[in-house]
Design a protein around this ligand. Structure first.
Ligand code: LLP
Length: 431
């Protein structure tokens, strides 16, 4: 099994976090998101422990909300003592709505609207990660109007190509995110931030990309950021207090992916930094990270009902399901690979080669192409594993499909955490 929260029951059904997935499909209907809240907690603890081990008690583990955002996850993250990053007023609202402490929230995004800036300031959030000069001016002015001082970090691009899918690279020099170190503009950005009288510059931030298994992009980015911190110290006499190195550690989706742990990656970054930090007199730095996928991906599974199995003689076979790109657009967008199980008959052999097709009117609406699958027939429950990150978060109503429900499983019990959308929900804002 691809992760240890997936198993097979005596009745041949697939279990997720010890819960019978076929029973879940019957009880709540399909498509259905399952979220293993025990796993979320386990991942948070692993993250926190590794961070503390290598970067000390002062370091801050942030969760990148964009991977999976629903109200109950913020209750869990709060209990587990994590900080969060949000990238929109919507994510901020969701976190605040369940009492997530504002001082542990960092506001990201490359084009925060004026409303969002005001919303963050009015709620006294812990920090803004400022993306550009225009935004800096704006946040400073709005903080001034409110007579408050706001902590900020600056988003920089360290010029790293992490060799992941092009769409999820963010730290390259010509990226739309942040200000480039290489061009000299980042130093100007720091200078401008120091001069803002209503802002306190705490440090610098970078995020190089997502689904990265290799240590080098992380260690290279860390080196570049540290070198830049030293440049700031030497040229501007300013001590950077915090360095946020973003998220991006890869997660195993199929048996072809490596199994990389957060401990291993943090250990490598720490090794790289150790010599540099003392050599450069930057000992008192506080490190922040913001993992998304690593916390939520393997805590998710999606269940579908197979509607038909279609063979185009001499060409191709399709297993057609009652969901697809609306609840999981990742194959359509990035050709992301998944592991698929026949949840109704989980012991069967993988003797069928077929593509898994969604129900949208789009040829690209697939969960995978020509996959080695277990045999499927109409009415079987299909389980797609590792869907906890960037699935519900990226879902849409294309073709007017209502969004699936989400059920949390914890200690063998199930509870609804997101209701299934209705047709009324779909038209509710239309006049
Ligand atoms: N911090 C920043 C500034 C980010 O932009 C991201 C992700 C993260 C942290 C968290 O990265 P993670 O640890 O989850 O890799 N939709 C794509 C992924 C886009 C990632 C966007 N930024 C996907 O489905 O693969």
């Amino acid at each position: 099994m691809i992760h240890n929260n997936i198993s097979i029951l005596n009745n041949g059904h697939l279990a997720f976090s010890n819960v019978d997935t076929v029973e879940m499909a019957n009880k709540y209907g399909t498509p259905l998101y399952l979220v293993d809240e025990n796993k979320i907690k386990e991942n948070c603890r692993e993250y926190k422990a590794a961070l503390e081990k290598y970067f000390g008690k002062e370091s801050l583990p942030l969760y990148a909300s964009k991977a999976l955002c629903y109200r109950n996850i913020y209750r869990i993250l709060n209990e587990e003592g994590l900080c969060i990053d949000v990238v929109s007023g919507g994510e901020l609202y969701t976190a605040l709505s369940v009492g997530f402490p504002a001082e542990r929230i960092y506001f990201h995004g490359n084009n925060k609207t004026l409303n969002e800036i005001c919303y963050g300031l009015d709620n006294r959030i812990g920090g803004f990660i400022v993306d550009n000069f225009d935004e800096l001016v704006r946040i400073n002015a709005e903080a001034g109007k409110r007579n408050i001082n706001q902590n900020i970090l600056l988003r920089l691009s360290p010029g790293i190509d992490p060799h992941t899918h092009r769409a999820v690279v963010t730290g390259n020099v010509d990226s739309k995110f942040g200000v480039a170190i290489e061009t000299g503009q980042a130093l100007e950005f720091v200078k401008a931030a120091i001069e803002c009288e209503n802002l306190t510059l705490e440090g610098i931030h970078c995020h190089i990309g997502s689904q990265i298994f290799d240590k080098y992009p992380f260690t290279d980015a860390a080196k570049n950021m540290l070198d830049f911190a030293l440049e700031i110290k030497n040229k501007l006499g300013f001590d950077v207090k915090k360095i946020n190195l973003g998220g991006g550690i890869g997660v195993k989706y199929t048996n072809n992916d490596p199994d990389v742990t957060i401990d291993e990656i943090f250990c490598e970054i720490k090794k790289e930094l150790d010599s540099m930090v003392s050599e450069r007199g930057l000992e008192s730095l506080v490190f922040l990270f913001e993992m998304g996928r690593y916390i939520s991906a393997n805590a998710g599974m999606t269940l579908y009902t197979v509607g038909s199995v279609k063979e185009i003689t001499g060409y191709k076979k399709y297993v057609c399901i009652d969901g697809g790109m609306c609840d999981n657009p990742r194959y359509a967008l990035y050709q992301s690979k998944y592991t698929v199980y026949n949840a109704s008959n989980a012991n069967s052999e993988r003797t069928m080669v077929a593509s898994v097709a969604g129900r949208c009117c789009e040829s690209g609406d697939l969960i995978g192409e020509d996959m080695q699958l277990q045999e499927f027939k109409r009415e079987d429950i299909m389980a797609v594993a590792v869907t906890g990150a960037y699935n519900y978060a990226m879902s849409s109503n294309y073709n007017r499909l209502p969004k699936p429900a989400m059920v949390a499983v914890e200690n063998g019990a199930d509870k609804l955490v997101v209701k299934r959308e209705t047709y009324e929900d779909i038209v509710k804002n239309e006049l």
